[in-house]
Design a protein around this ligand. Structure first.
Ligand SMILES: O=c1ccn([C@@H]2O[C@H](COP(=O)(O)OP(=O)(O)O[C@H]3OC[C@@H](O)[C@H](O)[C@H]3O)[C@@H](O)[C@H]2O)c(=O)[nH]1
Length: 415
């Protein structure tokens, strides 16, 4: 059969056309496949690149941790096992408690902070989180606590008048049931307990300055009674446990204290005046402003608490700075230090407000070798700097306002 006859044969011709078509399809499919393979390769390279970008910082972090260059803590002294006491601070995330935690941590002790975060804040102690000597427990002292410790600083309680008056029953429970629970713990584990009492046990004092021997002048049914009487009965409990159960107790009567980490809007006079001066608001003086207070800086107080805890003085000791000012003087001092043009506004006086307060500190000087050393202006400047920073940090989120007391003449005047 010749080639010509093959081409002219229609059946063979059809078969040749089908074959040619098949060959074409196969070649097109082959080309497509090779194009797809090139795309796939590029895609997987891209994915690999972006995964590397995400993972790289994690590798750096792991490397950092391996080298021990992770979170940086303030320098901590090394103490041998024998000297490294286990210390509990109730209310340790609060204003005074967190400064005390700093000191005890830096001195090398094992510190357990217990707080219910009613007025305490996690960020006051978050620079210690993760440290081997530090533990933070979210717990309310109104419930019993079972841990092993050598010393207990029992500070848990709201301290600013608007805060402690906000829920008087809770303030009473914290100072009574809470103190019973902590004394029970001290008894069980043989720990020494220091109770943070207050100058408010002297009420509106008729003796001036106030020595520890003064019994006070407290209205037992007034608006401040939940705190004043709560603290007074807590002192009674300490000495009952000492007498009946042999618990080793210390009682610090703490006078007005200020410093960084005070709540900006907790309603105390220092925080109110600084905030008002920084925001150009009127400084609110309750009554004529002739009543007096004596203010100590927080680091002085912390040194006093530690000296008292480690002393052999078990009767109450005043801790305060005897430099006394009228509230009106105090308003002008703060306004001048802030450099503010705020005016001073006199509001109605608050009920049962103690008229004069000044600590007699001879006992602390004689028996503890302690006296306050930070001058008022220096402490105020540090506190003002802290409030300025806080206001900047919070500028985008929320504008704190000074909190005003409830007065005899409700509602409060508009300023
Ligand atoms: O805006 C304000 C706030 C307060 N004040 C006055 O300033 C004085 C001090 O008031 P604070 O609220 O700071 O503190 P107080 O002295 O009343 O109570 C304090 O006493 C000692 C501690 O135990 C407690 O921290 C707290 O109860 C009071 O006379 C108060 O009436 C003002 O005039 N204007």
């Amino acid at each position: 059969m010749t080639l010509g006859s093959l081409v002219t044969n229609p059946r063979i011709m059809k078969a040749l056309i089908v074959l040619a078509l098949l060959a074409y399809i196969v070649s097109v499919w082959g080309n497509l496949k090779s194009i797809r393979m090139v795309n796939d390769e590029e895609q997987s390279k891209k994915i690999k690149r972006s995964v590397e970008e995400v993972i790289a910082p994690l590798w750096d972090k792991i490397h950092e941790l391996e080298l021990g260059t992770g979170p940086k803590y303030p320098p901590v002294k090394f103490l041998s096992e024998k000297d490294r006491k286990r210390i509990l601070i109730t209310g340790g995330a609060g204003f005074v408690g967190s400064h005390l935690a700093d000191k005890l941590m830096m001195d090398g002790y094992e510190v357990t902070v217990v707080d219910n975060f009613f007025t305490g804040r996690r960020r006051n102690v978050d620079h210690w989180l993760g440290h081997g000597n530090f533990e933070l427990i979210n717990h309310d002292v109104v419930e019993p606590l079972f841990i092993e410790v050598d010393q207990i600083y029992h500070l848990a309680s709201p301290a600013s008048p608007p805060n402690y008056m906000y829920n008087p029953i809770k303030t009473l429970k914290t100072n009574t049931i809470g103190t019973l629970n902590m004394l029970g713990l001290a008894k069980r584990v043989g720990a020494r307990l220091l109770f943070a009492s207050t100058s408010e046990v002297y009420g509106d004092p008729e003796q001036h300055p106030q020595p520890e021997s003064y019994w006070g002048n407290v209205n037992p049914i007034g608006p401040r009674a939940c705190y004043d009487e709560g603290k007074r009965v807590a002192e009674t409990m300490c000495y009952a446990y000492q007498k009946q159960e042999g618990v080793d107790v210390r009682v610090a009567r703490i006078f007005n204290t200020f410093g960084p980490r005070m709540h900006m809007d907790d309603g105390r006079v220092v925080s109110n005046f600084i905030l008002q001066a920084l925001q150009g608001q009127p400084l609110t003086v309750y009554g004529s402003g002739s009543h007096t207070r004596s203010f100590q800086y927080v680091s002085d107080l912390v040194n006093g608490l530690v000296a008292l805890m480690n002393s052999n003085v078990s009767s109450p000791v005043n801790l305060g700075n005897p430099e006394e000012h009228s509230i009106m003087e105090f308003a002008t001092i703060i306004r001048d230090l802030v450099g503010s043009k705020s005016r001073i506004a006199n509001l109605p006086e608050v009920p049962d407000d103690p008229q004069r307060r000044n600590p007699a500190i001879e006992k602390a000087e004689r028996l503890l070798g302690w006296r306050p050393v930070v001058p008022l202006h220096e402490g105020l400047n540090r506190t003002i700097a802290y409030f300025r920073r806080e206001l900047q940090l919070q500028a985008d989120e929320y504008r704190p306002r000074a909190r005003l007391a409830r007065t005899r003449h409700q509602p409060l005047h508009r300023l």
